[in-house]
Design a protein around this ligand. Structure first.
Ligand code: ATP
Length: 421
């Protein structure tokens, strides 16, 4: 078996996309008599600044011998838009079965999903374990290419994306996709298929707006259901279609952290107590902070997270929550949170048991009394408060979801869930 990893073939302005390059490579492998076992779309650390969009790297698993696979992937990298200085394609070819890559390569994959890796580390590791490589520009694509090679051994949770590509002469033009047919098909196959349409806004999140060759991508847990949704969509002609196996929608980027021990450019799951109440600032971004005994951490729900901000605004000081998201400049960007315990009462001035009027202070540290009825109380009482939240997990809507973030509807969470669709 041979594993080919490739990355960084696309450019923000010029179109192209690495999934298309991988689909092209798979076709060329088949044309050369090889069998393609699967195509992996691996989402790496979303905090990487060099990413074009979703920081995706690709791997093709095949029985074609490694030398021939290398010759083919070299040709495919030449398709890359290398006149854009930010496009630095790389490919790694491993002469082994996908689940038999050396453990340090699988470790590298996990690190590339959760932190920042440098090009030298990737290059030295590929050379040490005897994988062939080729690259253009500064070779940054080798980081993603090597991570894609290690992914099958490194990860356990997999989902699917069925991507339909446009005919080349339409790239960069407006897409002709009938939104109603997308909505109807998405409804029929939910929740085996998710994040196809943002239901509240009606926005078809499966249809990109960038100049890339993708017409639409249908994501879900069941490849047949993804395919069935695609089959039901009315659209312009489709050039080719591919089902990728992917770590999208798995939360594999999250690591367990504590309030005082989080680093920039990584994503965490952190539990704490709401220390400063949510505050909406200019631009509609909502900020709050959580704390434990030692430290505080600022968290933010930015404007694009839309109605999720109402869930965040419903939190109060003293609530115990678990927050998930990437840390940038010391602030955790909320992707989801779990309510663990809600503050249910607040201290209030007592009312008179006889006349029902609010009592007044009887003097410093002397409790309260009702002047008319001569009744008294020792101090403030607990008054129940209405809460617009329940224990359990809340998430951003599909329109604001990161590729790698796990939709609540997939299940497996440690508490009740309140899925958005
Ligand atoms: P698309 O999703 O459209 O294919 P992209 O968002 O994947 O684009 P790329 O053009 O592939 O963006 O750019 C990401 C670059 O960052 C690649 O060169 C990749 O090798 C590199 N990279 C990926 N993960 C890491 C990481 N953890 N640390 C450092 N570099 C990384």
């Amino acid at each position: 078996m041979t594993v080919v990893g490739l990355d960084d073939t696309d450019s923000r302005e010029r179109g192209m996309c690495t999934t298309y390059a991988a689909a092209e490579l798979a076709d060329r492998i088949r044309d050369s008599g090889g069998r393609v076992e699967r195509l992996l779309l691996v989402r790496l650390n979303p905090a990487v600044e060099h990413k074009t969009r979703g920081n995706g790297a690709l791997a093709v698993h095949t029985d074609l011998d490694a030398d021939r696979a290398m010759a083919l992937v070299r040709d495919v990298l030449d398709l890359a838009q290398t006149d854009d200085p930010r496009t630095n394609p790389g490919a790694v070819v491993a002469d082994c079965a996908p689940d038999a890559v050396p453990p340090q390569v699988a470790e590298f994959t996990r690190d590339a999903i959760r932190a920042i890796q440098d090009i030298t580390t990737a290059t030295l590791l590929a050379d040490t374990v005897g994988f062939a490589r080729c690259q253009h520009g500064n070779g940054r694509g080798l980081v993603g290419a090597l991570a894609a090679v290690g992914a099958w051994a490194a990860l356990e949770d997999w989902t699917y994306e069925h991507i339909a590509y446009r005919e080349a002469d339409r790239w960069g033009t407006e897409r002709a996709v009938d939104a109603e047919s997308v909505r109807a098909a998405a409804d029929r196959h939910y929740p085996a298929v998710w994040d196809t349409v943002d239901r509240a806004s009606g926005y078809p999140v499966s249809v990109p707006r960038t100049p890339c060759p993708i017409l639409y991508g249908i994501r879900g847990d069941d490849p047949e259901a993804c395919r069935a949704v695609a089959d039901a969509i009315e659209s312009e002609p489709i050039d080719r279609r591919v089902t990728f196996v992917t770590n999208q929608g798995t939360d594999v980027h999250l690591q367990d952290g504590t309030v005082g021990a989080v680093a920039d450019d990584s994503a965490y799951r952190v539990t704490g107590t709401v220390a400063t109440a949510p505050e909406t600032r200019e631009g509609g971004h909502v900020f709050l902070s959580i704390a434990d005994r030692e430290a505080r951490l600022q968290c933010a729900a930015f404007e694009p997270t839309k109605r999720f901000r109402d869930r965040v605004r419903a939190l109060r000081e003293g609530d115990e929550i678990t927050v998930c998201g990437e840390v940038t400049d010391g602030t955790l960007k909320l992707e989801k949170f779990a309510v663990r315990e809600l503050v249910r009462t607040e201290p209030a001035t007592p009312t008179c048991p006889d006349c029902g009027a609010t009592m007044s202070s009887a003097g410093r540290n002397q409790g309260y009394r009702c002047r008319d009825c001569s009744t008294s109380a020792d101090g403030k009482v607990d008054r129940p408060i209405e809460r617009d939240l329940e224990p359990g997990w809340y998430e951003v809507p599909p329109v604001a979801r990161r590729h790698i973030a796990k939709p609540l509807v997939r299940g497996g969470f440690d508490g009740a869930t309140h899925p958005e669709r």
